[in-house]
Ligand binder design. Structure first.
Ligand code: UD1
Ligand code: CA
Length: 481
């Protein structure tokens, strides 16, 4: 079906009290403007025009970062002279288009595609259709004034309303479907003879209802939550919670077990495969993809990462911009920094940090280790306390460890350095030169034992304490020999 969409987002959003444009504040991890643009695209709008004013460049950049350059046409409304004036700015962007125009707001993130499909249905046979909702507390909204046969006659804004009109609980959500020809001709006839001196888009609805060419105005009533606008940080938190609840419900219905879902923060757009299980307080952010049958335990924070099927992330593992292979095992308390790529069945244990590190299938680093700028072959074993010394204060250098190599505990690998396949590095070694495949590298100094030395020292100390004649000193010396 032919369709164009206009998204109004020129307002400053004064009540946000922010340096950032309102529509760039995030709901479920996404700048709010992404939601209406996403809907317009899901409905296959052949044109999408965003009416921008405050921080137009930043808003455009955010939209293009998500949907691609040129994905929307931008119309600038330099001065905010009302919703009617705002839509009029999109006329040029829609020139040559003849058909239904959907009008959405940039600050109404919870609107669903299902509602818009109903609106388009109502709008297809009419000049104009709009979304309404019933509010116990309608203050501030435009009220729907109905006349004979319960037909919509006009919309009256709070500031222009009589007491009787103010008691109406059916309000205008501000979302419309209007035939383009009627829309742009009606916009030209708008006047500012109202309490706010603005050009009201709502007067286009009254014109449709009253004029012969207009005919009956269609309405679609929805739950209030869906059309809630975000005007301040309290609204933002409310919208965020509602969107996150939607995300967890959708995942659970698709076969994901979520323990204490109300404690999890999962961004819109994150995917999780069936039979995966998420513990309490899990955060899955950005463009994270979790495979099927994975287990993400309590407190894990995963950002822009891919987690393979059947992987197990134990509590409090933090992963950013990395890939975790199928059946890998991480944590508890593991830290994968950007550019970590773990193959199948890799094991990364507690207090292990990786950065720009590639680990082949089955490689293990089970405890207290730093692997940065490293390439680690399949089935290599990295002992407890191993450190890649990748930074000399000036440049970063790489460490390469071959397949099946065994790195003993407490080893320092001073990069650039290569340990060959199957080589063994003895515990406590500082590796400064390449180790050939299959070799043993060892840099310990020879161990010595001085017979009786410890006993002699202890006896001397005890003798000194006795000459002072203090019994408490004796006790102390026994506790701390
Ligand atoms: C408007 C409706 C009101 C409805 C309410 C629902 C009018 C006259 N009134 O109220 O009936 O109940 O929405 O939320 O239309 N905007 C611009 N440029 C402007 C003015 C607004 O881009 O010059 C954008 C805002 O950024 C916002 C949206 O339009 O995204 C709505 O603006 P807002 O001022 O909140 O709406 P009201 O006019 O108060
Ligand atoms: Ca508003």
């Amino acid at each position: 079906m032919k369709l164009a969409t206009v998204i109004l987002a020129a307002g400053l959003g004064t009540r946000m009290k922010s340096q950032t444009a309102k529509v760039l504040h995030r709901v479920a991890g996404r700048p709010m403007i992404e939601f209406p643009v996403g809907l317009a695209r899901d409905l296959r709008s052949e044109r999408v025009a965003c009416v921008l004013g405050h921080q137009a460049d930043a808003v455009r950049a955010a939209v293009e970062a998500r949907f691609g350059e040129g994905s929307v046409a931008v119309a600038i409304q330099a001065e905010q002279r009302g919703t009617g004036h705002a839509v009029a700015q999109a006329e040029k962007a829609l020139r040559g288009f003849d058909g239904p125009v959907l009008i959405l707001y940039g600050d109404v993130p919870l609107l669903t595609e299902a509602t818009l499909r109903k609106l388009l249905d109502a709008g297809r046979r009419r000049t104009l259709a709009l979304v309404t909702t019933l509010l116990d507390e309608p203050t501030g909204y435009g009220r729907i004034v109905r006349g004979a046969g319960n037909r919509l006659e006009r919309i009256v804004e709070e500031k222009d309303a009589t007491d009787a009109e103010r008691s109406i609980c059916e309000i205008n959500a501000g979302i419309y479907c209007v035939q383009s020809k009627f829309l742009f001709s009606a916009l030209k006839k708008l006047r500012t003879d109202n309490a706010q001196g603005e050009l009201y888009l709502t007067d286009v609805a009254a014109r449709a209802a009253q004029s012969k060419e207009g005919g009956e105005v269609g309405t679609v009533e929805v739950e209030a939550e869906e059309v809630m606008g975000v005007n301040d940080r309290v609204d933002l938190a409310r919208a965020d919670a509602a969107m996150r609840r939607r995300v967890t419900l959708t995942l659970m219905r698709a076969g994901v077990t979520i323990r204490a879902p109300e404690t999890c923060c999962i961004d819109a757009g994150v995917t999780v495969g069936a039979d995966s299980e998420l513990g309490p307080l899990v955060q899955l952010r950005g463009n994270t993809r979790v495979g099927a049958g994975a287990r993400i335990d309590a407190g894990c924070v995963i950002t822009d990462a891919t987690i393979g099927d059947g992987a197990h992330l134990k509590p409090y593992t933090v992963v950013a911009e990395s890939e975790v292979g199928a059946e890998a095992e991480l944590g508890p308390f593991a830290h994968l920094r950007p550019g970590s790529q773990l193959g199948r069945k890799v094991k990364i244990g507690n207090f292990v940090e990786t950065k720009k590190a590639r680990l082949g299938e089955g490689a293990k680093a089970s405890h207290l280790t730093y692997l940065g700028d490293a390439e680690i072959g399949a089935h290599a074993n990295i002992g407890c306390g191993t450190i890649t010394c990748n930074y000399d204060g000036y440049v970063k250098s790489r460490t390469v460890i071959g397949e099946g190599a065994f790195i003993g505990s407490d080893t320092q690998l001073v990069a650039p350095v290569t340990v060959g396949a199957g080589a063994v590095v003895g515990a406590g070694t500082t590796v400064v030169e390449d180790v050939p495949p299959g070799a043993l590298a060892l840099s310990r100094s020879k161990q010595i034992a001085v017979p009786g030395y410890a006993d002699k020292k202890r006896a001397e100390r005890e003798a000194r304490a006795a000459t002072k004649g203090s019994t408490s000193a004796g006790k102390r010396s026994r506790r701390k020999p």
